[in-house]
Design a protein around this ligand. Structure first.
Ligand code: ADP
Ligand code: ZN
Ligand code: ZN
Length: 740
């Protein structure tokens, strides 16, 4: 750690506890404890509530307390010999607590690894990892093709230079124990203890950067000081990852650490392998599949500077660092960077802040930058580095709008798209059809009486999952067996309305009976290793038509695909969510970017009932930047983000009236403190009922972030005191991304 925490010399300790209260708690230093050994950032155990003990953290000290001294209790135990992190990190957490109006104690503990939350010591554990031996590397080509499971295991181990642990294996492969045993017997695999040595992995092979990439790396390197926030703006395949790798290399050379954030579905084994192969460094990968021990180890290694590269999804941004040198956010437009429950932070914004605090560069990369980021470029708060030249396989397909109005449809497919698919299949190329709705159909209706199958906890229609014979609510996840007849009138004539990926696949089977069709969505890839298997077969040319959801939009490249069909572009054009159009365009471009090769960029056909919609025509006739400029104009004229700042107060309860009572009181609290802000609502949430709870919200808007922050600070404290607030669940979302 870079800075030492001050020794505690006072009698009263300020303790942050993981409880939903916006203040710290005072405790006395214990009699036997030498005060000198207590430091800010150490965990302690304290009596809290009725005989209960609670784990907290020392965040400050003083000689006096507002609580009378006879009521103060001493802390029960000190759990750390060293602070868990330095004051700089605590300052970051305090800032986040203030900005997001989320209680500091809860926030601190929500960002810690599970074992530290439980009070376990902050030391690295050891666990077993398996590695390929030199012998395996020599002999692996001799493995029989029929030893399929051994083949797969060898391939995975060969990609992981520092070996794979039990947890990592569980994540990517089923039934690995038997083949592993065989490989150990053969002398192909050996076991290691993970922390007995810390191997730096990778052979740091390099690639010759093209002039634009080279320039990008130079700009990032030569901009120390204030203006070192960059948008790396280049289409999929334009070589952004190569720029990251080179910039990271520079950072490592200076002895600093690099943090790379990727979207939730972007952290693929392929990406991890690519980093490991290309950079000779100690890298920790933070993902949801880690065991508690692995997570703690990674956290400590990042904090102590043992790890040079920290690669992870959203929550990795809270890892304390020894010497931060570079922050990278790949696919910065991705919605998964915003946490949507409890502590609602934006990892992208926190990364920018951390880079700023440390005076080091931050690079946001995307083919479809968010409007917030483009706005930052426009007002020169960020520097845009375009990658216009195509790296190896990069391509721009041709966009075509397919007017669906009055057209004869064969199950969601227009004649034009069907002809397009036929043509491509005739050429032995591949087709990708994008439909972001899994299941068979989103609505099931009784033809005789009009009954619709609804989730009564959420008041929305159940989605039909024909293959599983289930009827599932996509909002709360509950479900039941698919009914065979109408529960109201007993008629068995139930009709499906609308299309999901399952039904689209069925339609395609009818039209193209000999085509090999593969569906990729959360349902079809639930089993571990399935996704990898599917990707292999796509690349091997064993698939003709690929049907998929958003899952396909990141991290993959399918050079054999020359036609992309967007089944339904209309959802994004007329929506109550002001971000819908931006998201729609990003999805279309991201999906399109999966396809094509240098000499055959291919075609994207977009089915719509609004072929003249200016946003859609801007997207297909010009480019994403033109589209984004138009959308920014629209946001400006309607005074929506990034031209204003929002905060959303959400309230929900099983009893329908209570949230409204609370929100009306909340609104009244703002009436004498409302200069510079506007308040909208309360109004029902777009999903008004979910899991049995009624949901309403109040929107606060301001053109000035500081004014909004000041109002929220005062307001959140008053909200805590509202009696009505105790009867319901409520939360404050600063910079909300989803209005749901
Ligand atoms: P992006 O991250 O923008 O999608 P990548 O960095 O993944 O792009 O590059 C796409 C492909 O092009 C990769 O296979 C990569 O190895 C290759 N590539 C990138 N830059 C170069 C280069 N300068 N020379 C040769 N190949 C390159
Ligand atoms: Zn009926
Ligand atoms: Zn439901």
């Amino acid at each position: 750690m870079t800075r030492q925490s001050p020794k505690v010399a006072a009698a009263i300790l300020h303790i942050a506890l993981p409880v939903p209260v916006r203040r710290h708690f005072d405790y006395l230093t214990p009699h036997r404890q030498s005060e000198a050994t207590l430091q800010v950032g150490m965990r302690v155990r304290v009596p809290f509530g009725r005989q209960k003990q609670c784990i907290g953290m020392i965040i400050g000290q003083s000689n006096t307390s507002l609580v009378s001294s006879d009521k103060l209790k001493p802390i029960a135990a000190v759990l750390d010999q060293q602070p868990l992190f330095d004051l700089e990190h605590l300052k970051l957490l305090r800032w986040a607590s203030d900005y997001y109006h989320y209680p500091l104690g809860e926030l601190i503990f929500s960002t810690l690894p599970g074992l530290l939350k439980q009070g376990k010591p902050a030391i690295r554990s050891t666990y077993t990892v398996w590695k390929l031996t030199a012998r395996a590397h020599d002999e692996k080509n001799s493995l029989s093709a029929r030893a399929f499971k051994q083949q797969r295991l060898v391939k995975l181990l060969a990609e992981a230079h520092s070996g794979l642990s039990e947890q990592q294996l569980n994540l990517v492969i089923d039934d690995w124990r038997a083949p592993l045993k065989t490989l150990i017997t053969k002398g192909w695999v050996e076991r290691n203890e993970s922390t007995t040595e810390i191997p730096a992995s990778g052979n740091s092979q390099t690639i010759q950067l093209n002039p634009e990439q080279h320039h990008a790396v130079e700009v990032i390197r030569n901009n120390p000081g204030m203006n070192n926030r960059f948008l790396l703006d280049g289409i999929t395949g334009s070589g952004k990852t190569e720029v990251y790798l080179e910039a990271i290399r520079e950072t490592l050379k200076q002895g600093n650490q690099a943090v790379i954030l990727v979207p939730e579905i972007g952290l693929t084994p392929q990406l991890i392998a690519r980093f490991q192969q290309r950079i000779h460094a100690r890298m920790v990968v933070l993902h949801s599949g880690l065991s508690d021990g692995e997570r703690l180890d990674a956290w400590i290694e990042a904090r102590d500077g043992i790890a040079n590269i920290i690669l992870g999804t959203r929550s990795a941004i809270w890892t304390p660092l020894h010497k931060p040198g570079l922050f990278i956010i790949d696919e910065e437009h991705d919605a998964s960077y915003k946490q949507q429950e409890s502590f609602r932070y934006s990892a992208r914004d926190i990364a920018i802040l951390r880079a700023n605090n440390a005076g080091v560069p931050v690079v946001l990369g995307s083919a479809t930058p968010s409007l917030e980021t483009l706005h930052s470029v426009n007002i020169e708060r960020m520097q845009r580095i375009p990658l216009l030249q195509r790296a190896e396989k990069a391509t721009i397909p041709e966009f075509r709008i397919v007017d669906m109005r009055g057209q004869k449809l064969t199950g969601a497919l227009s004649e034009k798209l069907i002809n397009g698919i036929s043509k491509v299949l005739g050429e032995n190329k591949q087709v990708l059809l994008y439909l972001n709705r899994r299941g068979y159909s989103p609505v099931l209706m009784c033809h005789s009486c009009g009954w619709i199958g609804k989730c009564n906890r959420c008041d929305i229609a159940y989605t039909v999952h024909k293959l599983d014979h289930t009827f599932i609510c996509h909002h709360c996840g509950t479900g039941q067996k698919l009914p065979g007849h109408c529960p109201d009138c007993n008629d068995s004539n139930l009709v499906n309305i609308g299309y999901g990926t399952e039904r689209l696949t069925e339609v395609l089977r009818d039209i193209f009976p000999t085509a090999r069709i593969l569906r990729i969505d959360r349902d079809s890839t639930r089993r571990k290793g399935t996704m990898e298997k599917y990707l292999d077969s796509i690349h091997a040319g064993e698939v003709d038509i690929l049907v998929g959801t958003q899952m396909l939009s990141k991290g993959h490249h399918f050079p054999g695909i020359t036609l992309v069909g967007i089944i339904d572009a209309d959802q994004g054009l007329y929506s109550s969510d002001f971000r819908a159009a931006e998201r729609m365009a990003q999805a279309i471009i991201q999906v399109s970017g999966r396809a094509g090769r240098a000499n055959d960029a291919g075609t994207v056909m977009i089915q719509t009932h609004f072929p003249e919609h200016p946003l859609l025509t801007a997207l297909v006739n010009h480019d994403y930047n033109t589209f984004a400029r138009m959308l920014l104009e629209e946001r400006k004229s309607t005074n929506l983000p990034p031209y204003s700042c929002l905060a959303l107060l959400r309230a929900e309860a099983f009893e329908q009236k209570l949230p409204m009572v609370f929100l009306n009181q909340a609104r009244a609290l703002l009436s004498d403190n409302n200069s510079g802000i506007e308040v909208f609502g309360p109004f029902p949430a777009p999903v008004e009922k979910r899991s049995g709870k009624y949901r309403y919200q109040l929107l606060v808007q301001s053109n000035n972030r500081l004014i909004l922050q000041k109002v929220l600070l005062d307001w959140s404290r008053k909200l805590d005191d509202l009696k009505e607030g105790k009867k319901i669940r409520w939360s404050l979302d600063v910079d909300p991304q989803e209005m749901l």
